[in-house]
Design a binder for this molecule. Sequence first.
Ligand code: PA5
Length: 468
Amino acid sequence: MVDQFVRVDPTGAMGKGTGIERRVYEALHEKMLAVRDEVAVTDMELLRSGDVPPEKQPLDAAFLDMPERLLAEYQQRREQSELGRVLKIARRLQETVDRVVLLGIGGSYMGARALMEACCQPYFNELSRGQRGGKPRLYFEGNNVDNDAMRGLLELLGAGRPARSLDDRWAIIVVSKSGTTLETAVAFRIFLQALETSVGSERLADLVVPITGPGSKLAQMCQALGCQDILPVPEGVGGRFSVLSAVGLLPAAVLGINVVALLEGAAAMTEHFRTAPPGANAVLDYVNICHCAEEQGRTIRVLCVWSKALEAVGLWYDQLLSESLGKQEKGATPITAVNTRDLHSRAQQHQEGRRDKLFTNLIVHEWRTDPLLVGRRPADEDGLNDLAERSLPQIMEAAVWGTNEALQQAGRPTVDIHLPAINEFYLGQLLQMLMLATVVEGRLIGVNPYGQPGVEAYKKAMYRRLGR
Ligand code: PA5
């Protein structure tokens, strides 16, 4: 039977020779409860009071109850609510353009990319408009200053040529909480110029949707342009915790992803986190086993995603963990592996390399499409006829089992996260679970999970080089 909730099974980390004893794991349950209180109660009270002590600053904890807040407001105020506005803008873009370019970097784009790759047809952008159900194609830029990549996209958009039909028309969603991030700001200037050349200055404002912090330079610029819709990155929500705000929801809604189900999944996970006891709590159990492993010197955390559609979820999580906990010379190093692909590139090291890794399997139970069978050939030239009746999901299941078996035999700890299926509801649960887990782990090890002071160092040096 398939579970109806994302579930964490840490038993593979407590096998023979992994160095993690069940009693050590269970002894942490009480501490986990105290940390849950801190995250779910104390921090939220501090945030609401507006009186955050210096050692807790910044406190970007508003992501925690954001899904339930957005849903409740939508119930009451429909089109006037934040989610209602998101859905309305998404419909407008669907009706008026064939391509959308999302400009943003880090937390301002990785969530949207994760949602697109997880929920859309794998070759979505290459499908015809009809096959896409009338939804625009989505491209990501402003996440680098790579000349050739940016020119490549401008060329694809036919930038500089007048837009004659719907097929030529494109729009920009520009996302930057600060409104000053150089990569995004430079890209915005370049794409805005290209869009203006295509459609003229009168139509420009309808085709630009900014998502930004209140009063930012970007907000001011877009107001001056006459943009009708400026969506917020909500107060108290940090970039990498913003996937379930307009930052992730608008691009997702443009693609036709069911954002209400996404939020419902996330809200269900928050409730589970608040109420389920340790030992049956996906967030607390995951953090507990990760922490036990790290205490044993397993400082590399490999997230093995067993579906290509989840690679960008892995990359989103890499950022979440790195920027949140990589402080004070602490924090595990995240790596995403896509299996079975990376069994042919990384598995040797995982199996026999340094004993510094914890392997988290993200396992999908139900595939979106009908199972493909290997099939039979009369002459059996490739010798696969013994597998003729087997399906790809069955081979995948055997690969998960075999890989876990081999790792555990070698005393290498594994944890399984079971995803019943890749749909909006479970994805909402998963994203919220990983955000909550990151914050809980931060509080557990005494690291403020919010803010990213270390990122400023490269910016300062780069600006010096640019004579700024
Ligand atoms: O998690 C974060 O806060 C960062 O990764 C930011 O999202 C990233 O630096 C982009 O910042 P901004 O949205 O201000 O352009």
